[in-house]
Write a protein that binds this ligand. Structure first.
Ligand SMILES: C[S@@+](CC[C@H](N)C(=O)[O-])C[C@H]1O[C@@H](n2cnc3c(N)ncnc32)[C@H](O)[C@@H]1O
Length: 234
């Protein structure tokens, strides 16, 4: 029997209208959807697709803490891999939902790593959070010869500064409880003057602040955007 196909479906940053036509098509053809979810409560990726779920699905919520220190949680991914493998080996297709883009820092990568050698995998790209946050802010990310760098705020402050010093434009993801360190690094690399905080971009809970007015700790779904010239068009 032919194995099923695994789809890594990027579902965009929050607004369901930012899902691709291809993502919607895949979701209307598969019967099994898996998605990352917090230990308790709703999954953001599952919420994004909810208005496009037209029939009953077998759902595999992959519950884990959102605390970056605990990543990767091997047993949780092993268990999800086992469940997904069982379907794929019966010839049943499975879609894994990934908030934003599937190949950009998503938990999908931990499953891709475990399943890609054995099964056919099709990756559907999605609108990623840096693009969504720049659009929400109304500020281009990079222009002309700008070097754009994307940094996880979980890095040590010295690494942040060292890499920021090489960049014209900076996007900081995974801000959360690392916001004070991220702001200190921006100040030390001369990027704090025009830096903004964007939370839950494209959702009805979207909020935007100058970084010095941003909440601390920051939301898990938040990004800082800064440009050395103030704006990419200058
Ligand atoms: C594990 S990464 C996943 C990124 C995702 N795959 C993407 O393409 O955007 C999670 C981080 O993405 C950022 N993020 C994702 N969605 C966001 C949104 N709607 N608004 C602001 N930041 C977001 C936050 O920095 C969050 O900590």
């Amino acid at each position: 029997m032919k194995n099923g196909t695994l789809y890594g479906v990027g579902v965009g940053p929050g607004d369901p209208e930012l899902m691709t036509i291809k993502a919607i098509k895949i979701l209307s053809s598969v019967n099994i959807i898996a998605y990352p979810a917090p230990e308790e409560g709703a999954s953001f990726a599952r919420e994004i697709v909810s208005s496009n779920l037209k029939k009953d699905y077998t759902e595999i919520p992959i519950r884990m803490p959102l605390n970056a220190n605990n990543f990767p949680i091997d047993e949780i991914y092993e268990q999800a891999t086992y469940q997904i493998t069982t379907y794929l080996e019966q010839g049943i297709d499975v879609a894994i939902l990934c908030e934003g883009d599937s190949f950009f820092y998503g938990s999908f990568l931990y499953l891709y790593q475990r399943l890609a050698e054995k099964f056919e995998v099709v990756v559907i790209p999605g609108v990623s959070s840096p693009m969504a946050c720049a659009a929400a802010l109304g500020q281009p990310l990079a222009a002309r010869n700008d070097a754009l760098i994307i940094l996880p705020a979980t890095l040590p402050e010295e690494s942040l500064i060292e890499r920021m010093n090489l960049a014209d434009s900076v996007v900081i993801i995974k801000v959360g409880r690392h916001i004070s360190k991220a702001i200190a690094a921006l100040e030390k690399s001369g990027l704090a003057k025009n830096a903004h905080y964007v939370e839950r971009a494209t959702t009805s809970n979207q909020r935007i602040f100058d970084i010095f007015k941003a909440p601390s700790p920051a939301a898990y779904f938040s990004i800082i955007i800064a440009h050395r010239r103030g704006s990419a068009w200058r």
